[in-house]
Ligand binder design. Sequence first.
Ligand code: PHE
Length: 481
Amino acid sequence: MLENTVKMEKAGMSSATNSQERGQWSSRVAFILAATGSAVGLGNIWKFPYITGENGGGAFVLVYLACIAVIGIPIMMAETFIGRRGQQNPVSTMKKLAAESGASKLWSGVGWLGIIAGFIILSFYSVVAGWAIYYVVEMASGTFNSVTPAQTQEIFTGLLKDDKSLLLWHSVFMVMTAFVVSRGVSGGLEKAARLLMPGLFILLMILLAYAYNNGDFSKGIDFLFNADFSKLTGKSVLIALGHSFFTLSLGMGAIMVYGSYLPKNVSVAKTTFSIAFLDTIVALVAGMVIFPIVFASPELSASGGPGLLFQTLPVAFSNMPGGTFFGFIFFILIVFAAWTSAISLLEPAVSWAAENTKLGRTTSTVLISAVIWFVGIGSLLSFNDWSEYKLFGKNFFDLSDFLASNIMLPLGGLLIALFAGYAVTKTVSKEELNLGSKYDLWRFVIRYISPILVLYVFLEVSGINEFIRSTGVWKSLVAAF
Ligand code: PHE
């Protein structure tokens, strides 16, 4: 008993000294900008439009919005309050809160899972962000002036085949990310968010005005908001569920570590709503930019898969007045979005190393980024030299994406929901969330709704359910009842 108290005091003391070095967001707005920076990324501008395109448009958007409300927001609130309560990196935070609530120390494993997921995501995320930097440069140098679909396809596949060029842009992006993270919370993370996020919103508005004036706006809007439920399959619902995690940066400790820099007097619920709202608005506006521009060229279609941005869109731009200039702006927008997300993918690991080793922030950042950069090489080789190497039918890039986005994020999200709903005591969550009469609703959702839905997604997207189905266990269970 006494020993425990001494331990707790020690933990408390070390966190007090830590928080002086750790830094904090200077205000509520700084946190909202940084967390929105994390949430708004390639997911919004690259993934959301093409999965919407492939899953029938408006009906998919509705399901996606429902997922954000029922799973995204409650789990985001949980991650933020856990982080703020813990005031440390995700591993130490989980350990501390588990101790405070008398739960198992093993919960710190959730922090580890997150750090590793961030690690893997960043390794391939940086490769795709590198494509966007390449496109910024090529748009600026006029390569995409009046190109045909065949020519853009050639440029894109040419890039993917060119491992040296991919390595160059991947390296540039990793250096940009490491530079910001090494400068710490106020001089790095907050400063980047304060500069890049307003920039991102302005660029998006310019592009929206452009799409409105020069694109086929009504067709684009119709596609995005006109719900055709016949195109919606069970698989679409699953994609929407999974994407709601990815797009809000949930399940891997990014929001948790950002929450740990949040001043005590800020409302977790209100800020969470703002972040989820802004993220959703950016995804929808990105769609309102991309689809009208694509539909302005009758020969192009929106169901271009992952190539929508890098193949279809450049052709569409080149057919339009001032297209290369606006294409240039568009790809800068993608780089900004990816950059602020990448920072949050790196921060959990760096904060852990800075707080638990003697390395200091700068050295930790350099070492960890170097390892992530190295792993990323596997992803960029997947498009050329290693394209033949496959495991479970997936190359290194697809495998990294699958492992992190389909397995680790939903699993992390599930565990965070269970931790917040069952392990953390009611007193703690009630005090941190300060929701008044709405607290009971949050608690109900986080205990009964979110975990069941996330568990379902997890079992489906990881392939576990299919495996179980193939063994016939479900059938015999049903028969037994
Ligand atoms: N939310 C980011 C996006 O939409 C990706 C991300 C996932 C960032 C997890 C941080 C953590 O692109």
